[in-house]
Ligand binder design. Structure first.
Ligand code: DGL
Length: 268
């Protein structure tokens, strides 16, 4: 069966795969963690485009019928370019959920946590222009957070200190809604919740992206015919498969086989 493909710089996009798995349990899923190039968030645009094209090509060569760019940074930098390079493959990308955040805020202030590259790109600016609707959007870059998560430091004092440092300006600005603009951040949800309390809304785009994947598959007649058996989950990494397997084991993510992937010669 042709799988639905996903890629990210590491384990973050698995939070998107998890939602797709919930919604479409019959689909085979193939996930590429490009850990050799992690983090993406501090790389220049042309480099990000070359990396994203190599990841997409790898998935398409393995038969992916749709590619989910399960990374806000790569989506902001490369989604348009990917659609041009691979016109026969449907792509679904991440967009920071500013629209529902602006619709729900009562204080009129929305915070966005994301990587430096996502905040610097046009995508977020366009989304704010289109959907903020008079609501004040306060962006907060979070350098270092992805690296801590990739190291498996979910509870460490250093990670908590970073989180506190990044969330404090948003709370000070009066935000009652915080957008998780990087697919890694939902992996820190319990810590974030403990930090901000129950009155702040934390928004993750993954469930909406899963709905979009289901819709695109349906529209293109690519949905796997309903069968009783659940689909397979396969992970591949450009880093160390044993390390990736260990990380997935430690957190609440779908289990699957882990393979080695090589992009050598493709990324400039
Ligand atoms: N999960 C990626 C994102 O959504 C992290 C990017 C990075 O590696 O910095 O932006």
């Amino acid at each position: 069966m042709q799988p639905v493909g996903f890629f990210d710089s590491g384990i973050g996009g698995i939070t998107v795969l998890r939602e797709v798995r919930r919604l479409l349990p019959g689909e085979d899923l193939l996930y590429l963690a490009d850990q050799a190039h992690c983090p993406y968030g501090s790389r220049p645009l042309d480099e990000l485009r070359a990396i994203a094209a190599a990841c997409a090509a790898w998935l398409i060569e393995r038969g992916a019928k749709l590619v989910v760019v399960a990374c806000n940074t790569a989506s902001a930098a490369a989604l348009t370019d990917l659609r041009r390079r691979f016109p026969d493959t449907p792509f679904v990308g991440m967009v920071p959920p500013v629209k529902p955040a602006a619709a729900h805020t009562r204080s009129g202030v929305v915070g966005v946590l994301a990587t430096p590259a996502t905040l610097a790109g046009d995508l977020l600016r366009d989304v704010i222009e289109q959907w903020a609707n008079g609501v004040r959007v306060v962006p907060q870059a979070c350098p270092g957070l992805v690296e801590h998560i990739e190291e498996g430091m979910f509870d460490s004092p250093a990670t908590m200190a970073l989180l506190r440092q990044y969330v404090a300006p948003l709370l000070d600005a009066g935000a009652d809604t915080i957008v998780l603009g990087c697919t890694h951040y939902p992996l820190l949800l319990p810590r974030l919740r403990a930090l901000v309390g129950n009155d702040i809304r934390l928004l993750d785009a993954a469930p909406a992206v899963a709905q979009r994947v289901a819709q695109v598959l349906r529209e293109r007649g690519l949905t796997r015919a309903p069968i009783r058996m659940s689909g397979s989950v396969t992970y591949a990494t450009t880093g160390d498969p044993a390390r990736l397997a260990d990380l997935i084991d430690r957190i609440d993510l779908p289990r699957g086989r882990v393979e080695q992937a090589r992009l050598e010669g493709r990324v400039g």
